[in-house]
Ligand binder design. Sequence first.
Ligand SMILES: NC(=O)c1ccc[n+]([C@@H]2O[C@H](COP(=O)([O-])OP(=O)(O)OC[C@H]3O[C@@H](n4cnc5c(N)ncnc54)[C@H](OP(=O)(O)O)[C@@H]3O)[C@@H](O)[C@H]2O)c1
Length: 283
Amino acid sequence: MKIKGSTNIVGLIGHPVEHSFSPPMHNAAFKKLAMDYAYVAFDVDPDNLKSAIIGAKSLNIKGFNVTIPHKIEVLEFLDEIDEVANLIGAVNTIDFKNLKGYNTDGIGAVKAIEEITSIKNKNIVIAGAGGASRAISFYMAKFGAEAISILNRNVDNAEKLAGDVLESGLIGNVKSDSILDIDDYLDSADILIDTTPVGMHPNINDNPIASGENMHEDLVVFDAVYNPNETVLIKEAIKANAKPVYGIKMLLYQGAESFKIWTGRDAPVEVMEKALKQTLNLK
Ligand SMILES: NC(=O)c1ccc[n+]([C@@H]2O[C@H](COP(=O)([O-])OP(=O)(O)OC[C@H]3O[C@@H](n4cnc5c(N)ncnc54)[C@H](OP(=O)(O)O)[C@@H]3O)[C@@H](O)[C@H]2O)c1
C-alpha cells in the first residue's frame, strides 16, 4: 500500500489499541481492492475523546472503529445514531460523512451464525449479560428471533438486559435466569451463544459453560471468545456433533460491516479472514 496525497484515512480509537487486529484486517481488504485507503490505530486518552472526534472530522478522516473504553461515551459527540446502536447504547463504528454511529458487533454475530442457519423464528440462549451480550441480544431480536433467554452469573444483570430488549418492542419473548441452569434450556434451544470470557486465553482449560452431553445435534453453538480459536465450549459442541461457530467470524463480519459503511463497497471477507487468522496466529 502506498500512502499518497489522496489517501483516505480510516482507523480505530481506543485505549489501549496497540494489540488490535483491525489494522491488518482492513489494510488487507484495501490492498485487495486496490483502494486508496489506509487504516491506522489511535490511542486516545478518555479525557481527549471529544477533541479526537472534532479533530478527526476536521482532518477529513472517513471513519473510525471505536473500542474500549470509548464505545458508550462517544455517543454524545455524534450527530446521528443508528436505531439499533441507540437501543444498545454503544457504538463501535463512526461514519464521518454524517457523523453517525453504528454498532456492527451484533451484526457480526448475526452474520457469523447465518453462515449455518438463519436467526428468524429461532429459540436462542445467550450466556452472559455484558457489552457483547447487549449488542448481540438486540440484533438477534432485530433479525426475528422467536425467543431469547439471557442467562448470567449475576441474575440481576440478565434481568435488566432482558427488560431492555423486551422494551424495545423488537421481540415479545425474552427471559432471564441463572447461568447455572443452562442445561435446562438446551433441549429446546436452536442456538446457544456464549458471550462470557470463560475459556479465554490464558484460562483455556476453564470448565465450559455447558456440557456436550446436554447438546443436541441441531444446536448451533457460537462462542464469542476467539482466542483460542477452539474454546472449551466449541470442543464440547464438536464432541456432541452439534454445529460450532467460531468467535473469529464475529470479528470478521463486524469489520466487514464497518468497511461497507465507510466505503459503500462489499468487503472482501476471504482476504480479511486470512489476515485476521495470521494476526491471531491461527491456521
Ligand atoms: N468475537 C468478537 O468479535 C467479540 C466481540 C466482543 C467481545 N467478545 C468476547 O466476549 C467476551 C465478553 O466481552 P464483554 O465485552 O461482553 O465483557 P463484559 O461486558 O465484561 O461482560 C462479561 C460477561 O461475562 C460474565 N462472566 C464473566 N466471567 C464469568 C465467569 N467466570 N463465569 C460466568 N460468567 C462470567 C459476566 O457476568 P456478571 O454480570 O455476573 O459479571 C458478564 O455477563 C470476551 O471474551 C470478549 O473477548 C468477542
